[in-house]
Design a protein around this ligand. Structure first.
Ligand code: PLP
Ligand code: TYF
Length: 400
């Protein structure tokens, strides 16, 4: 009976927002969840999204069920956006694309595919990684282990450790990679390092599994942020890519994304797609239509597509400005001689501060700055005006 059900722990990221809401202090700052805010710290709906929605109303579009695989126009543009429209894998119809419930649901569908068709195969995830990755593979009964990624000494990439751990894994493992803007560290491999990572993965017959939650949002350019995926694809490898439009189109609650499986032949892609649909059917039957139409309308219309790119550049640019200002404030306020330049080397909406669990707790209890326990802060939830206050909090927490 339900009496025996125990209380589940709060989500380590979404739980931070709950604690933030309960705090009444006027200086409080929510740097926990990765959601873009304006300089006034307000949520932001992109102009192109409003325009696409107006178009949809004008056309009087209906709300009937989508096919299990989602909206065809969405699946087409999402794969083209990721791989590039003239990529041979697209031309040769070697990609199985199925609309998913944003990045999370797409990862979950891929995990179900791995569980069913690669029994016993392990997924290698970075240490650290986005917390939900472990939940997804645990609940899908897919075994996972970690590869070294973050080096606390340099607040940078432990490249040697990463390569050694990927090499040491059993042949044919899945290697989960963040396509760009690694969450939570903000540390990405360089293009040369990506080549070397591809070398070991190929040599070990591993299968790359990309999580792309920030295409266009990290650098401001859709193509730049897809470079890692395209590099692996150009080598003719089979691979998986989960996509999300939560950040780059600000469609968080619409739950729109996709899973793409690059196969060796069009025939294999058709079979993989049929199995993805079979897995989706008993989970949620078919995906929601609204976000899919927004994406299809924005990407499919040259004027809206250009406007989207400009808005993405604007968002990425605001985060970069905040990053620079935080670095300047920290360097000016901290008299200990600590080198803060690692902040400038990180990319995307997060910064990994290097604050430990006690120091992060001090940020919240003394300064009302809400953040995850791992020392990650969301720069997308920070304004230029609050950088000095945050720098005071960080310097105090580091040295106490
Ligand atoms: N993967 C990574 C690395 C993320 O940071 C996120 C969230 O931002 C997601 C996946 C999935 O988010 P969503 O399910 O909203 O697409
Ligand atoms: O890491 C983040 O903050 C984002 C947002 O269950 C997020 O990925 C956090 C938790 C979650 C879904 C999205």
């Amino acid at each position: 009976r339900f009496e025996s059900v125990t209380m589940a722990p709060p989500d380590p990221i979404l739980g931070v927002s709950e604690a933030f809401r309960a705090d009444t202090h006027e200086s409080k700052l929510n740097l926990g969840v990765g959601a873009y805010r304006t300089e006034e710290l307000q949520p932001y709906v992109l102009d192109v999204v409003k325009k696409a929605e107006n178009l949809m109303v004008e056309r009087g579009e209906n709300k009937e069920y989508l096919p299990i695989e989602g909206l065809a126009a969405f699946n087409k543009v999402t794969a083209e956006l990721l791989f590039g429209a003239d990529n041979p894998v697209i031309k040769q119809q070697r990609v199985a694309t199925v609309q998913g419930l944003s990045g999370t649901g797409s990862l979950r569908l891929a995990a179900a595919l791995i569980e069913r068709y690669f029994p016993g195969a392990k997924v290698l995830i970075s240490s650290p990684t986005w917390g939900n990755h472990k939940n997804i593979f645990n609940d899908s009964r897919v075994p996972w282990s970690e590869y070294r990624y973050y080096d606390p000494k340099t607040v940078g990439l432990d490249f040697e450790g990463m390569i050694a751990d990927i090499k040491a894994a059993p042949e044919g493992s899945f290697v989960l990679l963040h396509g760009c803007a690694h969450n939570p560290t903000g540390i990405d491999p360089t293009p040369e390092q990506w080549e070397k990572i591809a070398n070991v993965i190929q040599a070990k017959s591993h299968i790359p599994f990309f999580d792309v939650a920030y295409q266009g949002f990290a650098s401001g350019s859709l193509d730049t942020d897809a470079a890692s995926v395209r590099l692996f694809t150009a080598r003719g490898m089979e691979l998986l890519v989960a996509q999300s439009y939560s950040k780059n189109l600000g469609l968080y609650a619409e739950r729109i994304g996709a899973i793409n499986v690059v196969c060796s032949s069009a025939d294999a892609a058709a079979r993989v797609k049929s199995q993805l649909k079979r897995l989706a059917r008993p989970m949620y039957s078919n995906p929601p239509i609204h976000g899919a139409r927004i994406v299809a309308n924005v990407v499919g219309d040259p004027a809206l597509f250009n406007e989207w790119k400009a808005e993405m550049e604007m968002m990425a640019g605001r985060i970069k400005n905040v990053r620079q200002k935080l670095y300047d404030s920290l360097s000016a306020k901290d008299k200990s001689g600590k080198d803060w330049s690692f902040i400038l080397k990180q990319i995307g909406m997060f910064s990994f501060t290097g604050l430990n669990i006690d120091q992060s707790a001090n940020m919240t209890s003394k300064w009302h700055v809400y953040m995850t326990k791992d020392g990650r802060i969301s720069l997308a939830g920070l304004s230029l005006a609050k950088c000095d206050y945050l720098a005071d909090a960080i310097v105090d927490s580091f040295h106490n």
